[in-house]
Design a protein around this ligand. Structure first.
Ligand code: HEC
Length: 403
């Protein structure tokens, strides 16, 4: 096995003799393409079966969204995705979305309600230990807004004549932040900081307008690479690319990575080249790495397990979490003690669907299930009764407002 990292003006990584990996020179020109251009790129031919390429892609997609954007006095360095429209900008509580692109980062985090609370899997604690923020790029925002998918009536009207099909190059992000100082939560309550503040010393810190300080604990990324297959519930064809990145010192991370069933083998030199290209080197934005990658339900006929220690903490335990009775009897354990992790991005998001007949009333969103691997026939039967898939986009069922 021979590997060489060369940086001769234009960086080119040559990897020879890695079966199924890279094959030809790994093309650093991918870094200059927008993901909307990947669909026609030869890279898509090898991506489905090439884990090393998937990890390389994860680094590129992470670094391009994290590349520092316009800062402010309080936040001189911010990942660019933090200046993208959030769920609140895309799905406003009233009126039409009117986000202005190109503005510096906001003076506050647009928190969303955690999905386990949305799905009523558990009662949301006041003062949750973390703050989640959903953001999307312009390709994604424009599609949702121009098709009026921000109200339930708009979704139903669109589905009467069309399927929902997000455009190639759409980016969806869910960032997670830990409070380092007291902060005001969604209910307006004053909440305490996390206990172990020093653990987050090397993370990227964001300072809100009211002075509250947060550490960035990582983010989910989904990027649309190719058109969605017609039978998305039963197809292994690549459409969305999934990855999740964590801050290196997050509690329980080593155990979560053991339960996520792939390992990152990207050579450190290549990671460094990607980070340098996007301006992350020498900043706290360097201290993040992926738990895994996913492009379909299974890999080598096994369910792909992929989740984040904070964003999917409801999906792990010491019992088989897909056995509801056992899961409910399990004492809540911390991620470092999980022995089972029922998290799969592609599987759970495949089920995202709405019942258009129930727009503006109970029962619009299909209830979020815990699923890994192929979607079980029983779930598919429930879906077939009245629901329409929304191209893996869970915010549509949960955030489009009733009116
Ligand atoms: C058990 C189900 C489930 C799992 C597993 C899951 N998600 Fe999600 N995800 C959701 C739901 C529900 C929402 C919408 C919550 C909301 O409206 O804020 C969501 C929101 C998101 C968002 C923000 C908005 C959007 O477009 O959906 C991203 C990005 C995302 N998830 C990516 C991932 C990634 C990457 C993984 C795997 C590492 C993952 N998710 C695992 C259910 C899941």
């Amino acid at each position: 096995m021979m590997q060489m990292l060369r940086c001769l003006g234009l960086c080119t990584l040559m990897v020879a003799g890695l079966p199924g990996a890279y094959g030809v020179a790994q093309d650093m020109s991918l870094l200059d393409l927008h993901p909307s251009q990947y669909a026609d790129h030869p890279v898509m031919e090898t991506l489905p079966s090439d884990l090393a390429l998937q990890y390389f892609m994860a680094w590129v997609l992470f670094a391009s969204a994290t590349s520092p954007g316009d800062g402010t006095a309080e936040n001189p360095l911010v990942p660019s995705w933090m200046s993208w429209p959030t769920d609140l900008d895309t799905f406003p509580k009233s009126g039409d979305p009117d986000f202005t692109f190109g503005k510096p980062v906001k003076a506050g985090l647009d928190a969303v309600v955690a999905k386990e609370t949305l799905a009523a899997l558990e009662v949301g604690d006041a003062c949750a230990a973390e703050v989640e923020v959903v953001a999307r790029n312009r390709i994604s925002y424009d599609y949702l807004v121009s098709n009026r998918l921000y109200t339930q009536s708009g979704v139903a009207a669109y589905l009467a004549d069309n399927d929902i099909e997000m455009p190639n190059g759409a980016y969806e992000i869910k960032g997670v932040f830990v409070p380092l100082t007291a902060y005001t939560d969604l209910q307006g309550e004053t909440c305490p900081p996390v206990e172990d503040v020093a653990r987050y010393d090397d993370a990227f810190h964001y300072v809100a307008g009211d002075g509250a300080r947060f550490a960035w604990a990582g983010m989910h990324i989904m990027v649309k690479l190719q058109p969605t297959p017609e039978d998305l519930l039963n197809s292994e064809a690549v459409s969305w690319f999934w990855t999740t990145f964590e801050y290196a010192a997050n509690p329980g991370l080593a155990n979560i990575r053991k339960l996520n069933n792939t390992r990152d083998t990207t050579p450190p030199g290549l990671i460094g080249a990607v980070q340098a290209h996007f301006g992350l080197s020498g900043t706290p934005l360097e201290n993040y790495s992926p738990n895994g990658v996913q492009v379909s339900f299974t890999r080598d006929e096994s369910a792909v397990i992929l989740g984040h220690s904070m964003l999917e903490d409801f999906a792990g335990g010491t019992v088989h979490m897909l056995n509801k009775a056992a899961a409910e009897s399990d004492v809540r354990v911390e991620p470092e003690d999980f022995t089972f992790f029922a998290s799969s991005c592609h599987s759970c998001h495949a089920v995202a669907s709405v019942n258009p007949e129930n727009a503006n009333q109970e029962g619009f969103a299909f209830p979020m299930p815990l699923v890994i691997g192929p979607v079980a026939q029983a779930v598919q039967d429930d879906l077939a009764q009245a629901y329409r898939q929304v191209d893996f986009m869970w915010p549509i069922p949960f955030q489009a407002r009733a009116e």
